[in-house]
Design a protein. Structure first.
Length: 331
């Protein structure tokens, strides 16, 4: 896969290409930036460029057996852990055991730790030991969304590579290219992505109609002040998508309250619903702040059940619902 496949990350690509061209890869990299902007893809492309039998300035050829295995994450010299919730000590121990064995492929090995900002303290300290004395021909790539949550001693041993959000135009082009949304949902998908192609793809996988239906039901419950309990369990990616959709709806409510016009509203096919909701929410800006706080706590790996419960309480308080007299504090 050539470097041109990594859209919108010119700075990161130039930094990594320069190291490859000098044959001076650092022993440890920390790829940091928003969710779904290409950090994992960059790790694969870097591994292909390093191991590809057909060397070129553009990166791996993408066609040879090595490139294909790396692209499918089946290459023996590429190990990935993490990517879900917390990175646990057991995962890091198993990876370190592989690190300390002899290289399986000529040219070195790559070990990727996804979600380095969500490592437990024990896991981080175990990883730190091998980063301090790395074996030869071994490259570690750590990825993180919240850079400040990565152990400072780990940050100090890694070369940091920053990844940025894409423009809406770039995301829209990818949505069209990959067919991640039908035409009437394309603008909503781009807005929901917030500069993250990964989130646009996740929205397609989760089903935009279901995401909107879930969030619409939440809003109706809060507005109706119904004695309804919050959802107690949800996958992290699914919750992030619904928080983004909730923010999009609340932004639309704010626009309608300010202008009374449909121009600038993201959910263009939901104007009657937006108008109805706008009459019910007195302070959508305060609601947006609550949603943003929930997003931050999600990024910091807070317990999802607790996050949902507190979100439910705070949004209900904004509406004077059944939790309005609750003395429980915010997250």
């Amino acid at each position: 896969m050539p470097w041109t496949e990594l859209i919108g990350q010119t700075g990161a690509v130039e930094q990594l290409q320069a190291a490859l061209n000098r044959n001076r890869l650092h022993h440890a990299y920390l790829f940091h930036g928003p969710t779904g902007v290409g950090k994992r893809t960059a790790a694969r492309i870097l591994t292909q460029a390093w191991h590809c039998r057909v060397k070129s300035a553009e990166g791996g050829c993408g066609q040879c057996r090595t490139c294909r295995l790396i692209g499918e994450e089946l290459f023996p010299g590429l190990t990935m852990i993490g990517g879900g919730g917390s990175v646990r000590l057991e995962e890091v121990r198993e990876m370190v055991a592989r690190v300390l064995t002899a290289p399986l492929e000529l040219g070195g090995r790559v070990f990727v730790v996804r979600g380095a900002d969500r490592m437990t303290a024990e896991a981080a300290n175990r990883l730190l030991k091998v980063l301090e004395e790395p074996p030869p021909e071994t490259v570690f790539i750590l990825t993180a969304t919240a850079l400040e949550d990565v152990l400072p001693t780990i940050r100090s041993r890694c070369l940091q590579v920053a990844f940025a959000r894409l423009t809406d135009r770039q995301v829209d082009a990818l949505v069209g290219e990959h067919g991640w949304a039908v035409s009437e949902e394309r603008a909503v998908t781009v807005a929901l992505a917030g500069g993250s192609p990964g989130m646009a793809a996740a929205a397609a996988d989760n089903g935009m109609q279901q995401i909107r239906a879930d969030v619409g039901a939440w809003l109706k419950a809060w507005v109706g002040r119904e004695a309804e309990s919050p959802p107690l369990e949800m996958e992290r990616d699914a919750l992030e998508l619904r928080l983004r959709m909730l923010a999009a709806y609340m932004r639309d409510i704010m626009v309608w309250k300010k202008t009374g016009q449909s121009e600038g509203i993201i959910n263009q096919d939901q104007i009657p619903f937006i108008r109805e909701q706008a009459a019910a929410w007195a302070d959508p800006v305060a609601c947006l702040m609550t949603i943003e706080r929930a997003n931050r706590w999600l990024a910091h790996n807070v317990h999802i059940g607790l996050l949902l419960e507190v979100l439910w309480i705070e949004m209900s308080e904004h509406r004077g619902g059944k939790y309005a007299d609750s003395s429980r504090g915010p997250l």
